[in-house]
Design a protein. Structure first.
Length: 393
């Protein structure tokens, strides 16, 4: 089979798909990734073949504009409130509109047998329907349908590629462990997938060199801080500054993952308890860490659960990160703080809880065991093939 994987031009949107892509290749299938920008670079670094979709039309720009709206507080307070749905629908829809013609052309020219995509990348489903091939909706955290507000935005563009009506993907892959609550209810009116497959989250966080110190436990508590690759999620470094102050007060070591973001609020000279790193493979790093402070990103949350590490979340309002953080807290794996009202004192209290109360670590380790028992990407690739053969695809 020929698997066409695609995501918006955002690394964190593509990473959860990489383990399935690797499994498909290992099983002897052909794999191509259609995207551009940071996601394209991530795919190449993962050893995957890519074709650019949307690069000539600057498909990443509407996503960057959305990040600035989030920073200004103009994108709602919860991922499923009316303002957030409308704002994200326009932004994700415009990204998709700039990618759609390329996606359809790639799917047809390469003769894809199936399209695999995350639900917020609605243009992928339109492209699959235009190419006349089945689609696989690949979860990357909380299960979400193909994003309806973006599909609405794409309606006139879909008509141009011969698609008048869009139905939901044939298959859904759900990576959320069953003990974790889903706090996001995104409406859908295009039906539900006929088949739902659970899969163990693959924890692909990019490759990288793991320093020797990361292979050993520290003499003091080791805390990781990461808010992804966007400076917006850190308030231009102000959140990291607060976390630095808190970990110094607690006598902890801080591994600060900056991802080369421009962080003007971060001091140029960092205190000696801080280990600044551009990027490290998160799942491997967490094996020798005691806690993580993060932005609530889906990949970060699930990678932290897979490592059995307690978590402190500081999510940006108006994003799915808010519901991700609620999921962590509801499971008892760590507190959620208000990004707009928290300072070093609140971070000290939260870290004190997860470092000294055994309950959050126990909860995280229980989820890690649950995730390890879920079907592997290799098993899911085999099952996808079986389902599509039964349906004559």
């Amino acid at each position: 089979m020929r698997y066409l994987f695609t995501s918006m031009p955002v690394s964190s949107h593509l990473m959860p798909l990489v383990p399935l892509a690797h499994a498909a290749r290992a099983a002897g299938h052909e794999v191509l990734v259609a995207t551009c920008g940071p996601a394209g670079r991530t795919a190449v670094a993962a050893g995957l073949v890519t074709a650019e979709a949307g690069a000539a039309r600057r498909a990443r720009q509407p996503y960057d504009d959305l990040l600035r709206m989030l920073e200004r507080g103009e994108a709602g307070s919860a991922p499923d409130d009316a303002t957030s749905l409308a704002v994200h629908g326009r932004a994700f829809g415009e990204v998709g509109a700039r990618m759609l013609e390329d996606l359809v052309d790639i799917a047809r020219a390469w003769k894809a047998d199936v399209v695999v995509y995350p639900g917020i990348h609605s243009a992928a489903l339109v492209a699959a329907r235009a190419a006349g091939v089945p689609a696989v909706l690949h979860g990357y955290g909380t299960p979400l349908p193909t994003f309806g507000p973006a599909l609405e935005y794409l309606e006139p563009h879909a008509a141009k590629v011969g698609v008048e009506k869009v139905t939901e993907a044939e298959i859904e892959i759900d990576v959320l462990p069953s003990s974790l609550a889903n706090f996001t209810d995104v409406p859908t009116d295009i039906g539900r997938p006929a088949h739902r497959l659970t899969m163990r989250y693959g924890c692909f966080n990019n490759g990288g060199n793991l320093p020797h110190w990361a292979l050993r436990r520290s003499d003091v508590p080791r805390v990781v801080a990461t808010c992804g690759s966007s400076a917006t999620m850190t308030r231009e470094g102000a959140l990291y500054r607060d976390i630095m102050l808190a970990t110094r007060e607690l006598g902890a070591e801080l591994v600060l993952l900056t991802a080369d973001a421009d962080l003007p609020e971060l001091p140029t000279a960092l205190p000696p308890h801080v280990r600044p790193e551009r990027w490290l493979p998160l799942r491997a790093l967490l094996d020798r860490c005691d806690a993580i402070v993060h932005h609530g990103g889906s990949g970060t949350v699930l990678s932290s659960f897979a490592a059995g590490v307690p978590q402190v979340s500081l999510p940006m309002p108006g994003t799915v990160n808010v519901s991700n953080a609620r999921t962590v807290t509801a499971r008892g794996a760590g507190p959620t703080l208000d990004i707009d009202a928290s300072g070093p004192g609140e971070v000290v209290a939260a870290l004190t809880e997860v470092l000294h109360d055994p309950a959050p670590r126990r909860a995280a380790q229980d989820v890690a065991e649950e995730m390890a028992a879920m079907p592997s990407p290799a098993a899911v690739v085999d099952r996808i093939g079986e389902l599509l053969r039964v349906e004559g695809r």
